[in-house]
Design a protein around this ligand. Structure first.
Ligand code: FEO
Ligand code: CA
Ligand code: CA
Ligand code: CA
Length: 676
């Protein structure tokens, strides 16, 4: 008889140290390999990527800035599966591009044009680099690789038709020249966090789309209608070029639509492009297995700077709860509760998009209010609420208007302004909901002006950088908050909460800053990506940090958290300008130990870590390296020795020296599960 397999110990690996090297560091006994990078061809007829800025045909290549990602299993013969571990599809967000000024300099031969108008061919390339991709991956002799010629491969970019679904479909707010009946939209943009539905479809959050649009300097006065209040709230700049100046690429609609103050004659005599803005900012559903099926913007889940979408525990006969965050300083935490009760038979659905219609197009949208006593409440964003119906800043026309302008409705009901909610994920062990609050440079003990906000129990730190000085005001290190629904579960309108972990440097004072007792094997700043993996229940989280990159590149950690309320009440002393102290009481979970939290991976220079997906057996973990070398000066494009990163070329992947966002597959050399 063979010897029994070794007993698995989760977090049994040796923690990796902090690193400033231009390489991926994983624990001894693990291997991280690059399998899919910016520009990789996705059809058999697409040329190999030269990586010198002359490549074209990005509608048939991997996009840029790999972000959130999910794995969809295939059986060995290529059928839809929930258990296949040797073959599957990666569905992935391509959030953005690396730019200095207007141009995405790494993808243009000479760095591109930073003056207006932008050349059409540069704009076409940049628009194609944003969106989603689906790519087949499989193992051959135990080695993972992507398949250039798979029929499953798909690109979604800024010219791809996407349906508008749910309560906003057909509403006056989404009627455009492109879709006079308000039923469809072009593309999905700045996709960041992800989710996967219980019926095996992909969810993608549209995040910083507002910056890709512009309007004239006189727009507010010229319009004078309520759209101005909405645009001001969602942050659309006036009078300057948009992020890339795409609106100057030509007279064709595909360029003109990025200037939303431009008037035409096709809709109601005034607006060709005004409502383009109202078509961005949703959770988009895609069937990764079937590229003939339409994508749908699920408007009932609200419009804001979406990150991930995490399903609460499933209970037959009970409505589904989906948790979401809005990543901007002082924005909110949301929950959608479906009208339809969960039917477990829908897990294996013949028509997955129709199943999405059933659960995602009708329901209630709530926003979170955190109280100082460790409790909180969910407030429904319903036009019947007097605070919303009578809101002075913005007059809502109907419930669809509430979904489109969810931020304004959440303002009206007095929700809690959070320290930038990035990803959320649900602990499979107990259904508790975790949110990374990445950082907030506008949090203050003494706020002034309209952009700053005061400390509260759920966002208790201001003026706490890694060393506890006042060098970086606000909450530069971030924290991870968690919530436990009260007895009603998915439909509960009250919850309890505490802080799972506070980001801090290990050497910082334990009584005031390093409140989770982090050691050198655990210290981190600015948590962002986060996902509990189903196989092991490990809570993986990743960093996107400006406050700690002088000491270490961004990283991924593995945690085994306890439960809400397992720690203690602590007092955070915030120093005011005159030196006096503003104390804020909060609740922090059990202090970290080597058995409950370890650094697992450190990325190459200038990257952030994004995306977490596993095979169903937990033996392959896919992780994205986003924007390595983004700190490179565009003027140094001609001299690779001056790139701040040459990854993944320096890891042996692909042509050229220009750094590329890329997907890693991580395996354990003894064949064990990742995180053991
Ligand atoms: Fe795209 Fe909020 O990170
Ligand atoms: Ca993020
Ligand atoms: Ca971030
Ligand atoms: Ca990013």
């Amino acid at each position: 008889t063979p010897p029994p397999p070794p007993v698995e110990k989760l977090l049994g690996f040796t923690a990796v140290g902090k690193s400033l090297a231009d390489t991926v560091v994983v624990p001894a006994g693990y291997t991280a390999s690059v399998i899919y990078a910016l520009g990789d061809p996705l059809t058999s007829s697409t040329a190999a990527y030269k990586n010198d800025g002359t490549d074209t045909d990005f509608e048939n290549r991997a996009g840029d800035h790999h972000d959130g990602m999910e794995f969809f299993s295939l059986s060995a013969d290529g059928a839809v599966s929930t258990t296949g571990v040797t073959r599957g599809l990666l569905a992935m967000n391509h959030e953005a591009t690396t730019n200095e000024g207007l141009a995405s300099f790494f993808v243009h031969a000479n760095g591109g044009t930073n003056t207006l108008p932008r050349p059409a061919l540069e704009v076409d390339k940049e628009m194609a680099l944003h969106g989603l991709s689906i790519v087949e991956v499989r193992t051959t002799n135990g080695k993972w690789e992507y398949l250039q010629n798979s029929n499953f491969n798909r690109r979604v970019h800024q010219q791809t038709e996407v349906q508008i679904s749910g309560p906003v479909r057909g509403n006056a707010l989404v009627k455009t020249k492109y879709s006079p009946d308000g039923t469809k939209f072009r593309g999905t943009l700045n996709n960041c966090g992800t989710g996967r539905t219980p019926w095996n479809t992909y969810l993608s959050g549209e995040e910083n789309w507002a910056g890709y649009f512009t309007r004239s300097a006189t727009d507010n006065a010229a319009r004078g209608d309520k759209s101005v209040a909405s645009l001001n709230r969602y942050g659309v700049a006036q009078g300057a070029a948009s992020r890339h100046g795409w609106e100057t690429g030509g007279t064709d609609d595909k360029y003109a639509r990025w200037n939303i103050s431009k008037k035409g004659t096709s809709v109601d005599g005034s607006d060709d492009y005004r409502n383009e803005l109202n078509g961005e900012g949703y959770i988009v559903e895609m069937d990764a297995y079937d590229k003939t099926r339409p994508l749908k913007k699920r408007t009932a889940l609200g419009r804001f700077a979406h990150e991930s979408a995490a399903f609460g525990r499933l209970l037959a006969g009970a409505p589904l709860a989906i948790y979401m965050g809005d990543d901007s300083r002082g924005e909110y935490i949301y929950k959608f509760v479906s009208t339809a009760p969960w039917n477990p038979a829908d897990e294996i659905a013949a028509d997955r998009i129709a199943t999405g219609d059933k659960y995602l197009d009708s329901g209630k949208l709530y926003v979170a209010k955190f109280n100082a006593d460790g409790k909180g409440s969910w407030i429904e964003l319903n036009i019947a609420n007097a605070a919303i119906a009578g809101y002075a800043t913005y007059k809502f026309a109907d419930q669809a208007d509430v979904f489109v302008n969810a931020r304004l409705a959440a303002d009206a009901v007095g929700a809690t302004k959070m320290d930038r909610p990035e990803w959320c994920s649900v602990n499979p062990a107990n259904g508790e909901i975790y949110y990374t609050l990445t950082n907030n440079s506008n949090r203050r003990a003494e706020p002034s002006g309209s952009s700053q906000m005061g400390v509260d129990a759920a966002n208790p730190r201001a003026y706490t950088d890694m060393k506890g000085t006042t060098a970086q005001p606000g909450n530069p290190n971030g924290h991870i908050i968690r919530m436990k629904e009260d007895a009603a579960g998915s439909t509960a309108t009250t919850f309890s909460w505490d802080v799972y972990l506070f980001g801090a440097e290990a050497a910082a004072a334990a009584s005031t800053i390093n409140l989770s007792g982090l050691s050198a094997d655990q210290d981190f700043s600015s948590p962002d990506g986060m996902s509990f993996t189903a196989s092991t229940g490990i809570c993986w989280f990743q960093t996107d940090d400006g406050a700690y990159t002088d000491v270490t590149n961004c990283m991924m950690l593995a945690g085994r958290p306890g439960t809400v309320g397992d720690g203690k009440k602590v007092t955070v002393p915030n120093v005011k300008a005159d030196g006096s102290i503003l104390n804020v009481d909060t609740y922090v979970g059990k202090a970290a130990t080597p058995d409950t939290l370890k650094r697992f991976l450190v990325g190459p220079k200038g990257c952030e870590l994004t995306g977490i997906a596993e095979t169903p057996d937990g033996k392959a973990l896919f992780v994205n390296i986003q924007h390595p070398g983004e700190t490179t000066a565009a003027a140094n494009l001609g001299d690779p020795t001056k790139y701040t990163s040459q990854w993944p070329a320096n890891a042996g992947y692909g042509a050229g020296k220009r750094p590329r966002s890329a997907t890693l597959v991580i395996t354990k050399n003894d064949g064990g599960r990742i995180g053991s």
